[in-house]
Write a protein that binds this ligand. Structure first.
Ligand SMILES: [Zn+2]
Ligand SMILES: [Zn+2]
Length: 431
């Protein structure tokens, strides 16, 4: 009898658990459906918003008008809004009616100097300034997500912080916002952000770990400038010897980043496990010192750490051992590094809700000077940085950031708002 009672209680427990789980799944499915309805309803308005930003671009540190427009829009949605953070930074706070995590969406808002005329029929009216990095789209997607999620505030569990960051192009804005007390406003559990990219419109691409190459500058100091030329030659050769990419290889042609066979979306990509020496070596001579510098790019940090160690050992084992004063990284660029669990979780969300063709898992690392100061946020909060597809190869729109003929398929705004409103709902309402 007792066993029967126990079994009954057990079955009831399981069933009610399943019921609660089913209810939660149903609730989220309904929320994702509402996301798409709301996005469609505001899409035309968002295109207008984007074009307004595009017509009035402002360079890093001077985003006064842009910032005002953002604040006005967020206030009109009923969000709590903080302004002038680290320059013209804005934070919009959307508090769900239920307790939960604190998650941020970051958009960069600045434009760039460019004298080449716009290729679109809503050109910039600010001479010499253009949105050719797509931050007008990023800003609009951020506002769109804020709008869509604010319409489901009663079902949200937790708080979304919308961070509109100035001065990304100068790599200063993220740090400036942090230094100006961003974390006092937002105690974050997770942070997300995107960049428009030449992937096809309707897709989103990313990977866990490094997305852009790590960039470090090495500095080697010798004393005793006698026979300095041989010391310099020895060091240059030593460093060059670590390079594992041939100077005449396809690696150096950026077009190949998107090549289906060898580009970053192929598991056999050539843009992985690389260490390269960029630019020329710098050599500085003083009365008692010879200083040699070089910039290194690598797909992973470990490789750079072990390079520094091995290089030091090799010099210590050479005839120049006595002259060596120091080997160090004199500069290390903050680099986007995606959290593995959050990357997989969010890409699964998009794939499940919007179809598996909407996600492109990446395998390679974007080379050379590219990067995003979103990296500074990720140093303190786990997060994910995505490449949102903005290209339409049928209409000839290839949204390569910083290219003079940069243009975006504006449908990318619809996809961006849908995908990432859903990601944020899943991140907040996940149990
Ligand atoms: Zn840029
Ligand atoms: Zn950019």
């Amino acid at each position: 009898m007792k066993i029967k009672k126990f079994l009954f209680a057990f079955v009831v427990m399981i069933l009610s658990g399943l019921f609660a789980f089913g209810q939660q799944a149903n609730k989220k499915a309904a929320m994702h459906k509402k996301v798409q309805q709301h996005t469609d309803a505001i899409f035309d308005e968002l295109v207008e918003v984007r074009r307004d930003f595009h017509v009035h671009p402002e360079v890093s540190g001077q985003e006064e008008r842009t910032s005002q427009k953002i604040a006005d829009y967020l206030l009109s949605l009923g969000l709590d809004v903080k302004t002038d953070i680290g320059g013209y930074g804005v934070v919009g706070i959307l508090k769900g009616d239920n307790e939960g995590k604190a998650v941020a969406w970051r958009a960069d808002i600045d434009a760039m100097a460019s004298d080449i005329p716009d290729v679109v029929d809503f050109p910039s009216v600010n001479k010499g300034v253009r949105h050719i990095c797509g931050h007008d789209v990023h800003t609009t997607v951020g506002l769109g997500i804020a709008n869509v999620l604010s319409q489901q505030q009663e079902d949200l569990e937790g708080t979304v912080y919308f961070i509109f960051q100035p001065a990304e192009e100068t790599y200063e804005g993220a740090k400036a916002m942090i230094d100006d007390g961003l974390w006092d406003i937002a105690h974050l559990d997770e942070i997300y952000g995107l960049h428009i990219s030449p992937f096809p419109v309707g897709t989103v691409a990313t990977k866990s770990g490094s997305v852009f190459a790590h960039t470090n500058r090495i500095k080697i100091v010798y004393k005793d400038p006698d026979n300095e030329e041989s010391k310099i030659d020895f060091t240059k050769n030593l460093i060059s010897g670590f390079q594992n990419v041939a100077a005449d290889s396809k690696f150096w042609d950026w077009e190949n980043l998107g090549d289906p066979e060898i580009g970053i979306e192929n598991p056999n990509t050539i843009f992985t496990d690389f260490l390269t020496v960029r630019n020329k070596f710098g050599v500085e001579k003083t009365d008692d010192r010879v200083i040699i510098t070089a910039t290194l790019n690598s797909s992973d940090k470990e490789q750079l750490n072990s390079f520094l160690k091995t290089l030091k050992q090799k010099i210590e084992n050479s005839q120049y051992s006595e002259d060596l004063v120091s080997t160090e990284y004199s500069y290390e660029k903050a680099v986007v590094v995606n959290d593995e669990e959050l990357t997989n979780g969010s890409m699964n969300s998009i794939s499940e809700i919007y179809g598996k063709n909407s996600v492109i898992p990446l395998y390679g690392v974007v080379t050379a000077d590219r990067g995003d100061d979103f990296a500074y946020f990720q140093q303190q909060v786990p997060g994910v940085y995505y490449f949102l597809g903005g290209a339409n190869y049928e209409t000839g729109v290839i949204s390569m950031p910083h290219s003079p003929d940069f243009a975006v398929d504006e449908e990318s705004i619809r996809f961006g708002v849908n995908y990432f409103s859903s990601v944020l709902i899943d991140r907040l309402n996940d149990h």
